[in-house]
Design a protein around this ligand. Structure first.
Ligand code: ZN
Length: 144
């Protein structure tokens, strides 16, 4: 197995640390020194107070399902999900008690429960035009 993985985040600044070992990848947050708010990803300004005094923090890879909805119809346009569309959960996942992250949910829709514990699941979404693997994330049940 090659030790050189050419991987990029689906959005710059989304993940903390290298992407080689997907089991050990964490999301990155930006914590505001002025008001204490934490936002997802590398941010230039606090989404709560506008301060630019932000520090990167690695977020925990576990969360709790705060609420969710079911996407029952294939989104239009450049949707890049599976060729055969299956309804899936789209959740707000509370992480570290400091922020809620919107993400696709891996459990089948009948297994979703508000308050269920979830685990971050980074995965290879696709390969881009330069041959780099594009890493996105979802949340799965603790055993997934
Ligand atoms: Zn702030």
């Amino acid at each position: 197995m090659s030790t050189e993985t050419n991987r990029i985040a689906i959005k710059d600044g989304l993940f903390a640390g290298p992407l080689d070992d997907l089991a050990d990848v964490h999301l990155c947050g930006s914590k505001c020194a002025a008001c204490g708010e934490t936002g997802l990803g590398s941010l230039d300004a606090c989404p709560n107070c506008g301060s630019a005094d932000l520090s990167p923090v690695a977020l925990g890879n576990r969360g709790t399902l705060y609420t969710y909805t079911i996407v029952r119809h294939r989104p239009p346009g450049n949707y890049r999900g599976p060729a055969e569309f299956k309804p899936f959960g789209l959740g707000l996942v509370e992480v570290d008690g400091v922020l809620r992250i919107m993400a696709p949910l891996l459990p089948t829709i009948d297994d979703l429960r508000i308050g269920m514990p979830l685990r971050l699941h980074p995965y290879v979404l696709r390969t881009d035009e330069n041959g780099a693997e594009v890493i996105a994330f979802a949340y799965g049940a603790m055993g997934e």
